[in-house]
Design a protein around this ligand. Structure first.
Ligand code: C2O
Ligand code: CU
Ligand code: CU
Length: 441
């Protein structure tokens, strides 16, 4: 879907769908019959009108993760509940000064998020702005990689829970890119731009491309100042990144790998909870091939851009806060996930901020699992990691806080009043309580 004359009109339906993953037909959930959902493309200044219908058996809603738009109706209200059979229209304007982003739309109704995303719901929302006008970036071959794992033994039209997996966060052992298992991507240009979304419920991806460096050009919520060479890229759920790849190794097939990553202390991720209910082998502790990039003939490598987009540092904060992430037991509920000792409560405001202010938030993970912390509406910069200052300013909306670690982020609350949320983007943890409400006023 693309905008015309500054207006983008579209319709989406969340529905149960029988779709093929590999050669197996499965009962999954989709937006308008597709996994990933249709890609939406807008430009700064565009007006968006999205008619949404819920044809699922459970209530749902939509969240536009990574768009700077109002957290209130009819825009991006995460509390809205759309009952089965109901419909609503989302309407908002992409701000004139909105950065280029690879954003991610997905369901966000507390208690249903993990299962609905695991079933297949999610899609890409692109805003094409200043980064897209840099000549080298514009000339590059553009590919979107929507990373999602599936458990094809589940029927997503029946509501079932996998308790053991919910605690660590459910993962399926079928890994896909754009709904395909190990696709082959044909490359014809001297520079490749990969726009990557971790759309998995809980799975982390540690990406590397055989024989090639990755040149990071953008993080979740905007471009960085200049390309930065990486040998691998770790993306936790909800995080996005854009990288350039130079065609400097000649014709051939290069595998995009997912390297092992342990996201819980003491081997918890692999041990008792790493196996599916059927005891199928665990593929988190091995290297997986996600895709093959194939240059059929030699292509002339293109130079990288020297400069991307300036990232201005946010002003000094007027307020400091701390958020401690951990889990615990609640009587009658079993395992709950907590921020500052409390599980999510829909009627409680946990954090009140003043519009026009800048705040530093220190996020401390005292638990035994990694937690990616996500804030809605306003992007932030990472200021410190475990007490060490971070030199390069980058725009993020989701930051991984590893077990035992702490991260300090800086947020400017500018334009939009209203209530929204921050939460762990391992969506089982979010559904089990690791979410708080922020009110901006
Ligand atoms: Cu991508 Cu509140 O989520
Ligand atoms: Cu979000
Ligand atoms: Cu978590």
């Amino acid at each position: 879907y693309q905008s015309q004359n500054g207006q983008l009109d579209l319709a989406l339906e969340a529905r149960p769908s029988v779709l093929k993953i590999g050669n197996q037909s499965s009962d999954l959930l989709s937006y308008s019959g597709r996994i990933p959902g249709p890609r939406i493309e807008a430009k700064p200044g565009d007006r968006v009108r999205l008619k949404f219908r819920n044809a699922l058996a459970s209530p749902t809603n939509l969240h536009f993760h990574g768009l700077h738009i109002p957290p209130t109706r009819p825009a991006d209200n995460p509390f809205l509940r759309i009952a089965p059979g109901d419909q609503t229209t989302y309407e908002f304007t992409i701000p004139q000064d909105h950065p280029s982003v690879t954003a991610y739309y997905h369901p966000h109704l507390h208690g249903y998020v993990a299962q609905q995303i695991f079933g297949g719901l999610g899609g890409i929302f692109v805003v094409r702005g200043a980064l897209d006008q840099i000549p080298e970036v514009q000339a590059a071959q553009e590919e979107f990689l929507f990373l999602k794992d599936f458990d094809l033994s589940q029927n997503f039209n029946s509501r079932s829970g996998h308790m053991g997996m919910q605690m660590i966060g459910r993962e399926g052992n079928v890994l896909t890119i754009n709904g395909q298992i190990a696709p082959r991507i044909k490359l014809t240009k001297g520079l490749l731009r990969l726009r990557i979304v971790n759309a998995s419920t809980s799975r982390f991806y540690r990406l590397a491309l055989e024989k090639h460096s990755l040149y990071l050009i953008a993080t979740d919520a905007g471009a960085i100042e200049q390309p930065r060479e990486l040998s691998e890229l770790l993306l936790s759920p909800g995080e996005r990144a854009e990288v350039l790849i130079k065609a400097d190794q000649g014709a051939g097939q290069y595998r995009l790998l997912n390297l092992p990553y342990e996201r819980a202390a003491m081997g918890m991720g692999r041990g008792m909870m790493g196996r599916g209910m059927m005891g199928e082998p665990d593929n988190r502790s091995t290297t997986n091939v996600l895709a093959t990039l194939s240059y059929e003939e030699d292509v002339q490598p293109q130079a990288l851009p020297d400069k991307l987009i300036p990232v201005s540092r946010l002003a000094k904060p007027s307020t400091q806060r701390q958020f401690t992430m951990n889990h615990g037991m609640a009587p009658g509920q079993g395992m709950v996930f907590l921020i500052n000792g409390r599980p999510f409560a829909p009627d409680r405001v946990d954090t009140q901020v003043k519009l026009g202010s800048v705040e530093d938030w220190e996020i401390i993970n005292t638990g035994v699992m990694d937690h990616p912390f996500h804030l809605h509406t306003n992007r932030f910069q990472i200021i410190e990691q475990n007490g060490q200052p971070v030199a390069t300013p980058m725009w993020k909306d989701t930051v991984l806080v590893k077990t035992g670690e702490s991260v300090k982020i800086r947020v400017a609350f500018q334009d939009y009043p209203g209530k929204t949320v921050y939460h762990c983007h391992i969506l089982d943890h979010e559904d089990l309580g690791m979410m708080g409400i922020i009110e901006m006023m």
